[in-house]
Design a protein around this ligand. Structure first.
Ligand SMILES: *Cc1c(COP(=O)(O)O)cnc(C)c1O
Length: 396
């Protein structure tokens, strides 16, 4: 019997979940450009340009700024594997899935983890960090800037101060903020920062932008033990991305074309304009959700513009609504994780997906489905509230 393998026939999707976000046709074209050698002089020029563009989005002068081969989690693991040695003490903010993942990473690498917890929907309090820093010789304070599992935007300034006063490195996860929300690596004194390509950068998943400042590089250079991961050893990888061009592993050539194009799009738009766009679309979405009677999960002032969490009204079937959004409206959103499963929806407005059109489309679809669920009487209330917001800005 012969098997039949059909041509790919990817359904059209509006990606409004926790990532990936929609990818610009410009990035898709870049991905399909001819593959050339990873040491070809043309490609090494593309590598240099990609590093320049990464420094631009990270707002840093750090020399060591590269895309790690692997998704956002590889960026996380790279930071811990390179900066932590067995027995080192690490303070980790835990208020969602990704703080929890940081704890797991640091523990597997032999770190002594001191978690600072907050409930899922609240930020980590500087007070809690301060208390944990009373222990001696803390090597790293690690925190998630944009907690994608809860929708919380973590204020960094006070914790940065505390970390540095205690002589620790400040390590920050910017997977759901970079390219959508202000991330100022140099101005804010962030020592080691990683991100991912498929969230606000709107490139397919596969690379983890990473930047280390001189303090982090010093820690790496003065290790007693070799980095426990050969693949993620930045001491070796830096020699390929730097002037030496020493082969370590074959660069994912076409992914780097794609990342460069997605960064070029951000460069053309400008960071400030891009952040404003994310904020406006977020505010219009919130107005629409509230008009449909859905309360936001996170307090005003701490909400992520790139990832909106909203409480599911009682009596509404989480899975049925999300399935209908996908099947009838081609819209993907995310459900809750952990204790928030069945209680919240996670609506991404990241990068290429953060548009007024997507906000209006989604609110119209949701209104229609909530009317069918019997929890709203006016299915157009969300669209109406959002369009009011957009119209008020148009007439500014
Ligand atoms: C998505 C995400 C990650 C993990 O990235 P992957 O690309 O799924 O490996 C890490 N941290 C945060 C905050 C994220 O949103």
């Amino acid at each position: 019997m012969e098997k039949c393998f059909d041509d790919l026939d990817i359904p059209e999707r509006v990606l409004m979940g926790p990532g990936p976000s929609n990818v610009s046709p410009r990035v898709l074209r870049a991905l399909s450009a001819p593959c050339i050698g990873h040491l070809d002089p043309y490609f090494t020029r593309i590598m240099d340009e990609t590093q320049d563009l990464l420094r631009f989005v990270f707002q840093t002068q750090n020399r060591f700024t590269i895309p790690v081969s692997g998704t956002g989690s590889a960026g996380m693991e790279t930071c811990f594997a390179n900066l932590l040695q067995p027995g080192d003490r690490v303070v980790v903010g835990v208020n969602g899935v990704f703080g929890t993942r940081m704890v797991a990473n640091a523990r597997r690498l032999g770190g002594e983890v001191i978690p600072v917890e907050a409930s899922w929907g609240e930020p980590i309090s500087p007070k809690g960090v301060e208390e944990s820093l009373r222990r001696n010789s803390i090597k790293i304070v690690a925190i998630v800037h944009a907690e994608t599992s809860t929708g919380v935007l973590q204020p960094l300034e006070e914790i940065e101060n505390l970390a540095h006063k205690a002589g620790a490195l400040f390590l920050v996860d910017t997977v759901t903020s970079l390219g959508g929300i202000d991330v100022r690596v140099d101005d804010w004194g962030l020592d080691a920062v990683y991100s991912g390509t498929q969230k606000c950068l709107s490139c397919p998943p596969g690379l983890a932008p990473l930047t280390f400042n001189s303090r982090a590089m010093e820690v790496l250079e003065n290790r007693k033990h070799p980095v426990p991961s050969w693949y993620l050893d930045m001491g070796m990888v830096r020699k390929y991305w730097g002037a030496e061009r020493v082969y370590h592993h074959t660069a994912p050539v076409n992914m780097i074309y794609g990342l460069r194009e997605s960064l070029r799009i951000i460069y053309e738009e400008g960071l400030e304009a891009r952040f404003q766009r994310h904020i406006r679309n977020h505010l219009a979405l919130v107005a629409g959700l509230e008009a449909l009677g859905l309360p936001m999960h996170v307090r005003e002032g701490l909400r992520l513009p790139s990832l909106n969490t909203v409480r599911i009204p009682s009596g509404v079937d989480d899975v049925r609504v999300r399935r209908a959004l996908l099947q009838e409206f081609q819209i993907e959103i995310g459900g809750g994780l952990g204790d928030l499963k069945g209680k919240i929806w996670r609506i991404g407005l990241m990068g290429h997906s953060s548009t007024p059109g997507n906000v209006i489309l989604f609110l119209g679809a949701l209104g229609t489905l909530l009317k069918a669920e019997g929890t709203v009487t006016d299915p157009g209330a969300g669209v109406s509230a959002a369009t009011e917001r957009f119209a008020s800005w148009e007439s500014d």
